[in-house]
Structures are given as C-alpha cells and as structure tokens.
Design a protein around this ligand. Sequence first.
Ligand SMILES: *Cc1c(COP(=O)(O)O)cnc(C)c1O
Length: 386
Amino acid sequence: MIPYGRQDINQADIQAVIDVLHSDFLTQGPAVPAFEAAVQLHCNAAYAIAVNSATSALHLACLALGVGQGDIVWTSPVTFVASANCALYCGAKVDFVDIHPLTWNMDVEALAVKLAQAERSGQLPKVLIPVHFGGLPCDMAAIHVLSKQYGFRVIEDASHAIGARYKHQPVGACEYSDITVFSFHPVKIITTAEGGMVTTNNEQLASAMRLLRSHGITRDKEEMQGSSHGPWYYQQIALGFNYRMTDMQAALGLSQMQRLSAFIARRHEIAAKYQEALADLPVQSQLQSADGFSAYHLYVIRLQLDKVKLSHLNVFNAMRDAGILVNLHYIPVYLQPYYKAMGFKPGYCPEAERYYAEAISLPMYAGMTDAQHDTVLAVLNEILTS
Ligand SMILES: *Cc1c(COP(=O)(O)O)cnc(C)c1O
C-alpha cells in the first residue's frame, strides 16, 4: 500500500519526545516557546503562537480580528472545511470565491469582481481567508491591494505551506496579510501529531491570540483590573479556550523543523519527476507561479476526461485496487450538507466543481522511495493508456 501522504519520523524526533516525558513539564514547559521561536525565525515574522490544531488557529485568528455576528468571511471552496468553519464558530457568515482554473488557488479576478458587487450591495467581507492550495502561495500582492481598497483583513490558511516562499519571503512572514495559520497534522509538511501555529507581525493580534489560547486568563499585572491578591493570582479577562499545544508535541515539532528544508527539497524532487513522467498523459498538473515556491503538500492531477476512456471514479478505484491510496482534495465546501442547508446550491462555483469532477491526489510525501514513485507512475500509466 502506498498512501497519498504520511509523516516522516526519525530517531531524533522520537528522542525529543522521550526527553520531554522524562522532564518536569509535559505541557506549558520550555518546548512550546522553543518551537514557536524556531517557526517565528524561519518565517521572518515578529510573533508565533503554537496551538493544538490549525482549526483552533483559524478560530483564534478570526476572533482576534473581531469576526462576529453580522460579519462575512470569504474563503476558497476548494479547501478543507476548517477554512470556512472558523467563521461560523464566531457567529459570522461564510461565502466562497471561485478558484482559478489552472492554479486552483482563489481566483483574484473573480475576487475583484465579487468585491465590486459586494460593495454595491453593502455585503463586503470583514476577513478573507485565501488558502495556499497544495502548498502553492496565492497571489498575495494582488490580494493585499484589494484588502486596502475594500478594507478587509487577511488570514492566510497556510496549512499546506510551511516551507513555501512567496516573492522574497517565507510564507508566514505576513508581508501581505494580518495572520498566517499552519497545520502540523501528520499528512502535512512537518508534524506534531495534532497541532497548529499562527504567525503575525501585529503585537495586539499576538496578545489577543495568546490570551484566547488559554481560557482568556492573564497573569500579567498590566492587563489586570485592580491589584494582585498574591503570587497565585490570575484574572480571566476574556472568554478563551484551552487550545494549548503540549510540550511533547512542541518537542516533536522543533525536531521536525530541523529537516524542513530537506523535506521540501525531496517534495520538489518528487514533483519534478511527476511533471516529467506525466507530460505525455492526458492529465493536467497545478500551474506553478514565478512568484511562488511551493511546499508541495499535495500533488494533484486533473484528468482530461475527454481523452480518457475510464470515468474519474473508475480511475480512482483502479488506483486504489492497485494499492495506491489516492485521495481527493477537496469536495467543494459549500456542497457539504451543512453548508447546503444555508442555501448554497450546486453550480455556485463552477470552476471548483469542474475541478472536483477531475481531480486525484497522487502520493506525495518526503519519505516516498523512488521505487514507490515508479510503481505509482507505472500503474497510472497503465490505467490511463489501456
Ligand atoms: C489540514 C487543514 C486544516 C486543518 O488543520 P488541523 O491542524 O487538522 O486542524 C485547515 N485548512 C487546511 C487547508 C488544511 O489542509
């Protein structure tokens, strides 16, 4: 069986977790700030705050930006449901901007058209959440210009994109956004089992997210009302959550960070071999951009169905039957029953639906061997040409 993605754990990773287990702190010890510092340094951002998932990170990011009842948040339909759910957690509404037919990221021209319409109808979004699909950075400079023109804030969902670069900066530098969110789920680029991180350059947003990560409780006298009762004293000054990362997770994350560039290099090697081998097959790969260096979380192909004898489902099943655990990222979010119940209908984002009818995620992970890669290509070749 060849999975579509999996973690890469070495002896140093295992030892790092064991060391925490032998130490005084399993959570809220030194490993979390050490991991935060490593990501902050890598990203060239002023602040990094670790949390227990990217879903939690997206929720905190929305709260910090003041998303609430009566607000609207826009994201891409081709993403994991968490990119949209975070707005619903805050009582806001969600809407979707269709994808570009070739990059599969949010289409900036469609965004500009939708913003102009929304301005006329008084329905502008408070926050936009572009998703760096498969690890390929969105057109952030153009999004930034639109955010200034229309007055919305930007959260980058970079769950796929730690290690990616946009123009001259790592993704996470927040040069064109307010907050960036990363995921460390095992299929992503680096892992902490479950885990996430936010980065920002805004001190107020950082403090707000740090406070909400841990119950809205502060031990900082400057933030308290009245005077401290003694060394045990803390105050709850907001309604927060327990979104904290453990030290075991952070130690694993810190150890994984040492190999981030090696992971990305291997993913690029695999992508290059796919690109070359697929050139003569009736499939389309994600169009890369000159401004973006992908983290290659995913390697998705779209079948040119008019040139393939089998149906999309048949190709998918034939790959799975041959032991290649292909996947499909993603079902357009608004086609989920929970979203349909809000009034979204099939046909809402035609490019996203066309994509969904053709896409297959091929195996892509740093630990994939050349032999496994050759097997994937041989099987795919046979299925598509027979
Ligand atoms: C994985 C993923 C998430 C959620 O990440 P978790 O850490 O599992 O909560 C959010 N958005 C996107 C685009 C993802 O791929």
